[in-house]
Write a protein that binds this ligand. Structure first.
Ligand SMILES: CC(C)(COP(=O)(O)OP(=O)(O)OC[C@H]1O[C@@H](n2cnc3c(N)ncnc32)[C@H](O)[C@@H]1OP(=O)(O)O)[C@@H](O)C(=O)NCCC(=O)NCCS
Length: 219
C-alpha cells in the first residue's frame, strides 16, 4: 500500500476536486453532476470515500447499500444508481454495491486503488454487511472484441492468459467473478458497454445481528 495515502470519507469540500478528476479519468463518458454528488453524500455519507495524497484528492470509491434480490437480474449502472443520485440506497439491505472507483491516471500502480478497496472492505465489516457486489468495467475488452465475446475475454483474464486493467486488479483484491452484465454502461466504449459482475464475501458477517444501518430489534 502507498504509505502516505489516506483514505477517508468524502466531504462536501472534495466535490470540485472529484469533478475535475473524473473528467480526466473518463474523458469520453458523461461527467458526474454536482447535485448528484451532493445527494450521494446526503443519502449515504459513510459509503463515499476519497484517497488523499499530500493534501490532494487522488482517487475515490463510492458505494450504496441495496437489497441484492431486487437487482440480481440484468441491470444498468443508470438504473441501480438512480442515474448517479443513489436514491436507490436502501438501509435495509445486506449488500454494499460499489458504484465507482477511480484513481488519478498519473498515480496508478501505487496501491492507491488497493487502499480504496481496503477502505471499502473495512466499511463492509464495520456495517456488518454480508458482501460487496460491483459491476466492473472491462477496459481491455474492446481490443479483443473482434475475436471473442466478453464472457470469453473475462474467462481468459481469470485463467491468466490476459490481463485487464480493472478485472485483474479486482481479482487480486479478493473478488470473485460471477458473469457478464450486458449493456451495463453503453457509453463505455472501451468495455463495449459490458461489465463483469463481481462479489467479495465479508468473512466477519454475523447474520445473528442486524446491520449497523438497520434498526435494532425491539425486545
Ligand atoms: C482500477 C484502478 C482503480 C486501480 O487503481 P491503482 O491505484 O492503479 O491500483 P493498484 O496500484 O492498487 O494496483 C494496480 C496495478 O499496479 C501494480 N502495483 C502497484 N504497486 C505495485 C508495486 N509496489 N510493485 C509492483 N506492482 C505494483 C499492481 O500489481 C497492479 O498491477 P496490474 O495492473 O498488472 O494488475 C485504476 O486503474 C483506475 O482508476 N482505472 C480507471 C477507472 C476505472 O476503470 N475504474 C473501475 C470502475 S469499475
Amino acid at each position: 500500500m502507498a504509505h502516505d495515502v489516506q483514505v477517508r470519507t468524502t466531504l462536501p469540500g472534495d466535490i470540485d476536486a472529484l469533478l475535475a478528476l473524473q473528467e480526466r479519468v473518463y474523458p469520453a463518458i458523461d461527467p458526474w453532476r454536482r447535485d448528484h454528488l451532493v445527494h450521494q453524500l446526503k443519502v449515504f455519507p459513510q459509503g463515499q470515500l476519497v484517497a488523499e495524497l499530500d493534501g490532494e484528492v487522488v482517487g475515490c470509491a463510492s458505494a450504496l447499500v441495496i437489497l441484492w434480490d431486487e437487482w440480481a437480474e440484468e441491470h444498468t449502472w443508470q438504473e441501480i444508481t438512480a442515474r448517479g443520485t443513489f436514491s436507490t440506497h436502501n438501509p435495509d439491505g445486506f449488500t454494499l454495491y460499489g458504484a465507482e472507483v477511480f484513481v488519478d491516471p498519473d498515480m496508478r500502480g501505487r496501491r492507491i486503488g488497493q487502499a480504496l478497496y481496503e477502505g471499502r472492505r473495512q466499511l463492509c465489516r464495520d456495517l456488518n454487511l454480508r458482501r460487496i457486489i460491483a459491476c466492473g468495467r472491462l477496459p481491455g475488452y474492446q481490443a479483443h472484441a473482434p475475436q471473442m465475446t466478453a464472457e470469453q475475454y473475462a474467462k481468459r483474464v481469470l485463467w491468466g492468459d490476459l490481463s485487464d486493467p480493472v478485472l485483474s486488479f479486482q481479482l487480486r483484491e479478493g473478488f470473485r467473478y460471477c458473469g457478464i452484465m450486458k449493456d451495463y454502461l453503453p457509453q463505455d466504449e472501451e468495455s463495449c458497454g459490458q461489465a463483469s459482475l463481481i462479489v467479495w464475501i465479508n468473512p466477519d458477517f454475523d447474520p445473528s445481528r442486524p446491520t449497523a444501518l438497520q434498526p435494532a430489534p425491539t425486545s
